[in-house]
Write a protein that binds this ligand. Structure first.
Ligand code: G6P
Length: 606
């Protein structure tokens, strides 16, 4: 959440700051700003409400030069969306950008006001700026010492970059709960909250660890760990291609990521499916403690939670392993009774979701057998802090509404189920899963060809105010994910129900104005779903059924006929048309698909 970029180089950094912060816009886009120290040692700050393009317009109007500076794109937490609340924040000679939340900011604000500081914003970031200034004024310590003293007083999760105008040769980066990466350049060095921001400049990165403070100069970087020991952190060469984070021929990242799914799934399978048709997870070698679990507890948020919900049906039905799934923020905020021999799995695209991270940390005090993260981002906090990790290899996902990560997560989860089935000597199930997974990329390719039909339906549905999604069994979480996609990007109110619950409430909503979307593949539950369809028809609801089956003709039923799909992979396939539907509805409504209002890709605050 929020994007940070900072640079100290030999030449003018304005274009670098602008280009890099634009690439972090998916982390928050309420407002953005930058500050540099110009060649006359003045602080020049520009801040704008709205997208980074507004900032670019303002910067282009002025001729600004400077070889040290920082930029920020904000997702508002403390203080409304306004220019005053936009970063960077300044206290005399101190400039700060920050990501995260300072929980005790109100107490600190009162203290600093008593010392005579006048606040111009409602943010917790301005509290940091004044606190640093106050500590520096008390005793003329180095900025490093001032930061060390000040962060002892800050409670919360954050990362920040600080520049002191009186020493404009260095920027100091602090990581405490939110990620920061240093990019090593030829002419200088850079900091960002995500490597994506810097891929056009460098491929060499240092990932800061929790509690690190880095003093970054043009030609030198010194890092101190939380015990204040000077340490060397590993330089990593990124394998992410800059081209892969471009939209290419697509209008939106979400569109690109939907159509990329046959390839991203192929890639996921390639990493774990061996030539001899066995699955190999390098971290979960034979007899790993994971296989001895009698219960699996999965925690996740958003789309990752929905993937976990699907897998619950698989773990229990195919691997005979009891499984519970919980929203991460709920998991860490209640008193839990941990089941016997339970193993914890966290599921996350970014590996930085604050609620999921805090659930993992919480779980470590509770006596689970161990923990595993299924994650898309190598080197992320969840990966670092978990006992074991399986990467989903979906490739970088930029659209705020998650698509290809979801199907890659399901692919990994189904492979995991196959491994457990094998461990429990249920060889047939294990083998069947592998066989069917091999057909998955082609099946998805086939489904994507339905795009023109789905576009037509999307045009018909774009003026709806409410849409109900129904599914049964493992298609119920698919209905939830379909509804989530739709509300995230089109702002149409969408709700999902298990079809069996219809008569316990939602049926009251059905009339000729209510659209109901139903996912109904051919499985043991089909007959029951057909009854639900009748119930809706009798009450004049308008129905769109996604199915590989035929249904009795009724005037208000629309069938979107999908190819035959094996039951085992049906949930992974049936989300595809729902993703397309949400995308095309939002497109026809002219919505900002990749950056829906109020949302952010990576939610690093609890
Ligand atoms: C945010 C994103 C969602 C995502 C959720 C969980 O809400 O907008 O797309 O599903 O976070 O993120 P994670 O990175 O943990 O999967």
């Amino acid at each position: 959440m929020c994007g940070i970029v900072a640079a100290v180089t030999q030449s003018n950094i304005i274009n670098i700051l602008i280009d890099s912060i634009k690439k972090l816009e998916y982390r928050g886009y309420d407002s953005s700003g930058l500050a540099v120290i110009d060649y006359n040692n003045n602080i020049i700050r520009i801040r704008c409400v709205g997208k980074v393009d507004e900032l670019i317009k303002e910067v282009n109007k002025k001729k600004i030069f400077g070889s040290i500076g920082m930029a920020h794109t904000r997702w508002a937490t403390h203080g409304r969306i306004s220019k005053e609340n936009t970063h960077p924040h300044i206290s005399s000679n101190i400039i700060v950008v920050h990501n995260g939340i300072i929980n005790n900011n109100a107490i600190l604000r009162i203290f600093l006001q008593k010392q005579g500081y006048i606040f111009s914003s409602d943010t917790d970031t301005e509290v940091i700026a004044h606190l640093l200034h106050w500590e520096q004024k008390k005793k003329k310590d180095s900025l490093h010492t001032v930061i060390q003293k000040s962060i002892k007083q800050l409670h919360g999760n954050y990362s920040m970059v600080v520049i002191d105008k009186n020493n404009p040769s260095q920027l100091i980066a602090v990581r405490s709960g939110s990620p920061l990466v240093i990019g090593l350049g030829m002419e200088g060095n850079f900091v960002a909250s995500d490597q994506i921001a810097l891929l056009h400049i460098t491929k060499r990165f240092i990932y800061l660890e929790e509690g690190d403070i880095a003093i970054i100069q043009k030609k030198e970087i010194n890092i101190f760990n939380k015990k204040n020991f000077k340490i060397q952190r590993k330089i990593t060469r990124s394998h992410v291609e800059y081209q892969s984070v471009k939209k290419g021929k697509y209008s939106h990242y979400m569109e690109k990521e939907i159509y990329e799914q046959p390839r991203s799934i192929k890639n996921t399978l390639k990493h774990y499916l061996q030539k001899n048709n066995t699955i190999y997870f390098p971290e979960l070698k034979k007899n790993n403690i994971f296989y001895h679990a009698e219960h699996i507890q999965i925690v996740a948020c958003g789309t990752s939670y929905n993937a976990a919900m699907v897998s619950r049906y698989w773990f229990e039905a195919l691997a005979n392993t009891p499984c519970d799934v919980e929203i991460a923020s709920e998991f860490s905020s209640r008193k839990l009774a941990v089941k016997r021999k339970s193993f914890l799995i966290t599921l996350s695209q970014s590996g930085e979701t604050a609620d999921t991270l805090s659930a993992l940390r919480h779980s470590k005090k509770l006596g689970y057998l161990g923990n595993l993260t299924i994650c898309n981002m190598e080197g992320s906090s969840l990966v670092k802090e978990s006992d074991f990790c399986i990467l989903t290899h979906a490739g970088i996902e930029i659209g705020v509404a998650s698509t290809k990560s979801f199907t890659a997560q399901l692919t990994v989860l189904l492979m995991l189920v196959s491994k457990i089935a094998n461990f429990k000597k249920n060889y047939l199930v294990s083998k069947n899963i592998i066989q069917v997974l091999n057909t998955l990329p082609d099946k998805i390719e086939e489904i994507l060809k339905k795009n023109e039909l789905i576009k037509t339906i999307a045009n018909k549905l774009s003026n709806k105010k409410n849409i109900l999604f129904l599914g049964r069994g493992e298609q119920y979480p698919i209905a939830i994910e379909g509804a989530l996609k739709l509300k995230e990007i089109s702002y149409i109110h969408a709700e999902a129900y298990p079809a069996g619950e219809l008569k316990h409430g939602p049926l009251a909503l059905i009339d000729k104005n209510m659209t109901v979307i139903i996912v109904a593949p051919n499985n043991a539950l089909l007959e029951k779903i057909k009854n639900n369809i009748k119930e809706i028809c009798s009450r004049e609801g308008i129905i769109y059924v996604f199915s590989d089956q035929d249904f009795d003709y009724e005037e208000n039923i629309n069938i979107i006929k999908l190819p035959y799909i094996e039951e085992l992979i049906a949930p992974i396939c049936y989300i595809i048309p729902l993703q397309l539907l949400a995308y095309y509805i939002a497109l026809s409504k002219g919505k900002d698909i990749d950056q829906p209002r109020h949302l952010a890709k990576s939610v690093t605050v609890e």
